[in-house]
Design a protein around this ligand. Structure first.
Ligand code: ZN
Length: 278
């Protein structure tokens, strides 16, 4: 359901992402390619007219093909009653599997999700294998027409993003990274302008896993394996409710990509590599 947006992104704003890398000191990844956790998390410089920069995929690290799996922990502001009725928006088995397979990952978490599952948010945030990024508080759309999501007006964007970071802090996530994923992946110039005061780097993707509402984990795995190249960012979900096959798909994807020589990294590693090459 995201492929339309992905095509638009690939054709449009990926260029902005890669041209927005100039300015500011490049981070200094260690020889291993892993980020120095003591240094600032790498971000992209603002785009033209100070617009929020957008990162979709990286150039990769020469001789060391990398791929970043990202998981959107979706829960919308008005889904509390559904959670209370037993619907599960979390996916602890997926997180356990990533740990078992030692796969670094970036979680784009809504503030509402962190409020519903504070223990899990904290555990993910405290695990050096993972990083927690912002997926808005409400999971309302930043454009008027986005898969039927309620529309968040531009004058409420800053507060919504801040509210998500506040929810992470309350849950005990120690250092959320300053990255942001648009709900539904929907954005335009106005959304990039409204988001700019938040100082985040927007993160899209170049590989759509198709795990949303999927019923066949093998089909999800196939789609990922066909799409991944060096520097890729893969979008998946960390919510059993809307993505019930993701954990099984990950079990198929990880060994196959390792067999092909890929190393799993976090989004911050991909952005760090992009900046180092710019
Ligand atoms: Zn989402």
């Amino acid at each position: 359901m995201i492929s339309r947006i992905q095509r638009w992104t690939a054709l449009g704003l990926t260029t902005l992402a890669l041209t927005a890398c100039s300015g500011g000191p490049a981070p200094a990844p260690k020889a291993s390619g892993k980020p120095d956790r003591q240094s600032a998390v790498p971000t992209l410089a603002p785009g033209p007219q100070g617009l929020t920069p957008v990162f979709a995929s990286g150039p990769g690290i020469p001789g060391r093909p990398t791929v970043a799996l990202t998981f959107d922990a979706d829960m919308t502001a008005d889904q509390g009653p559904r959670a209370a009725a037993g619907e599960r928006f979390d996916n602890p088995a997926l997180v356990d599997t990533l740990r078992e397979l030692k796969v670094p990952a970036t979680f784009f978490m809504t503030g509402r999700w962190a409020e519903e599952y504070p223990d899990q948010a904290r555990a993910i945030g405290r695990d050096k294998l993972f990083e927690v990024a912002n997926h808005s508080y409400s999971h309302y759309a930043f454009t008027a027409d986005c898969y039927g999501l309620p529309h968040l007006p531009a004058d409420r964007v800053r507060a919504d993003v801040d509210r998500a970071f506040a929810a992470f802090r309350r849950a005990g996530v120690p250092r959320p990274v300053p990255y942001f994923r648009f709900p539904g992946g929907c954005y335009d110039q106005a959304a990039l302008r409204a988001l700019a005061p938040s100082g985040v780097t927007a993160v899209q993707w170049d590989v759509v896993s198709g795990d949303a509402f999927a019923t066949d984990p093998d089909a999800v795995a196939r789609q990922v394996l066909e799409g991944v190249g060096p520097g890729s960012v893969v979008v998946m979900h960390c919510t059993r409710s809307a993505a019930p096959t993701t954990e099984r798909a990950v079990r198929a994807i990880v060994p196959e990509l390792r067999k092909r020589g890929f190393h799993f990294v976090k989004v911050s590693d991909q952005i760090g590599a992009a900046r180092a090459r710019s």
